[in-house]
Every structure is written in C-alpha cells, then in structure tokens.
Design a protein around this ligand. Structure first.
Ligand code: MG
Ligand code: MG
Length: 262
C-alpha cells in the first residue's frame, strides 16, 4: 500500500492533513482520561473508535493490512502494533498508543507513550528522552535537508544514553495513503537520503528501547516486542516540510492538558 513515489501536497491538502492529525491528538486525549490501572485495552480502543466516528472520520488503522482495531496499544516490552483486547492496564506499565484517522481522504497518524502510576525512574527517562528525540528530529525536518539528518539527530541523541534505536520499523510519508514515500528511519548519516522539499508531509516516529534494539513479532502476526524483554517508547508526529522551520500538524497539547490534571 506504500506509494512508490513521493506525493507532494497542496496547501489545501495540508489543511486536510492537519484536521486529521489534530483529531488523532484529541482522540488520544480522550483515551488518556480513562487510562488507569484496571482498564482493559479493548475499552480504550472502543472509546477511540466512537470518538473518531463522532467526529466525522473513520479509524485509519482498522482493516489496514488486516489490523483488527482502532488503536495499536503496546505495553512495556511491546514496541508497536499491539492489538487491544482483554488485557488490563497495570500500575507501572508504560503504554504506547498509536492512532490513525482518515477524514476527507487524508490520514492523520500520531503516537504517545504514557507512564501509568509508579513507573521506574529509568523508564520515565526513556519516555522523556524519546519524546525529546522526536523534537530534535523535527528540527531537522526542513526544506533542503535530507532524511538522514532527521535520523542522525534522533539516533545520536538517544545513543548517548545507551538506548537502542529500532531499525526494522521507520517513519514515512503520509497523505492519501497511511504509508507513503519516503521512508524516515530513526537512524542515519547527515546529508544522506531523500531530500526534503516543501509539500512533503512525513510522520517522524522514534521507537527507542532501554536495551538492545532487536525486535521480534508475536504469533498474532502484529505485536512487535523487544527480544531482550526491556521496555520501549514510541512518539510520533506528522510534519509538513517548510523552509526554515518544520510545521507540526499533529499535537500532544490535548493529551498533556489531561495529564497535567491527573
Ligand atoms: Mg502511527
Ligand atoms: Mg506512522
């Protein structure tokens, strides 16, 4: 389903992408309100699907490649693509929630990792620094730079702390398709890779592990987890490439307003 050439967007299309991306942030904020020990991941998923449909959109992941749910919920050593179900959130969990929406023909795609209750300090730091690395990557996402500049920024920051950068999964262009060119790895060399130009919209999504970066897939065909069993974090924003400064189309502000009150 990945388009084989970069799809450049008009300003009108970027506005539609912004609308879808903002809806993801609002959806994740609704989920954050009920994300507590004892809630099932299926309950979170149902809330998200209802909220998205009530806002005139459809879940972007449900049915995509056969994925069965609205949210990817990945807990602790799960990195991405966890399937919601009967599992109950527990105190001390770190919960990555990735959400996609499709509205007016354009996708939004954003993810946030939540610390539930008493999370170990070293894991809290992993979350904070993974989010920091996303913003360092975003700083590089300007016209004239290259995809490798983004990956270098994320990787060089995270590796200072001894973290692993997942290699097998990467960010991507986003638009009428959930996954478009170019691929946006979270590792790389400066000045290499696809050139960034105005009209490109990309999802940057560092997936960072407390230990080794090697991952495996569960027998469910979806859930990706670390082989060493150590926790992972994942944050994702959708970005419009501009001259001078990247424009973040998605937002964590609704989520963080909810978290501040808890
Ligand atoms: Mg995503
Ligand atoms: Mg993505």
């Amino acid at each position: 389903m990945e388009r084989d050439s970069i799809q450049y967007k008009t300003e009108e299309e970027i506005e539609l992408l912004r609308e879808s991306s903002l809806l993801v942030g609002k959806t994740l904020a609704e989920v954050a309100k009920i994300l507590k020990p004892g809630v099932s991941t299926k309950t979170l998923d149902e809330l998200a699907e209802t909220f998205i449909r009530d806002n005139g959109a459809v879940p972007g992941f449900k049915g995509y490649g056969g994925f069965p749910a609205t949210l990817c919920i990945s807990i602790n050593d799960e990195v991405v693509h966890g399937i919601p179900g009967d599992r109950l959130i527990q105190d001390g969990d770190v919960v990555s929630i990735d959400c996609g929406t499709l509205k007016n023909g354009f996708y939004g795609d954003s993810a946030y990792t939540f610390a539930v209750g008493n999370v170990r300090e070293e894991v809290r730091l992993l979350l904070q620094r993974t989010k920091d690395s996303l913003y360092l990557g975003i700083e590089q996402a300007v016209a004239g730079k290259r995809v490798g500049d983004i990956g270098y920024a994320v990787q060089s920051y995270c590796e200072k702390f001894g973290y692993g950068i997942v290699r097998d999964l990467v960010g991507h262009g986003v638009g009428k398709n959930l996954h478009e060119k170019p691929e946006v790895p979270n590792f790389g060399r400066r000045g290499t890779g696809a050139k960034l130009r105005e009209g490109m919209v990309i999802a940057i999504e560092p997936m960072v592990t407390l230990g080794d970066y090697n991952i495996k897939q569960d027998a469910d065909g979806w859930t990706i987890r670390t082989i060493d069993g150590l926790p992972a974090a994942h944050f994702e924003h959708d970005i419009a490439i501009r001259h001078g400064k990247a424009e973040v189309l998605s937002t964590f502000s609704y989520i963080e307003e909810v978290l501040k009150k808890q």
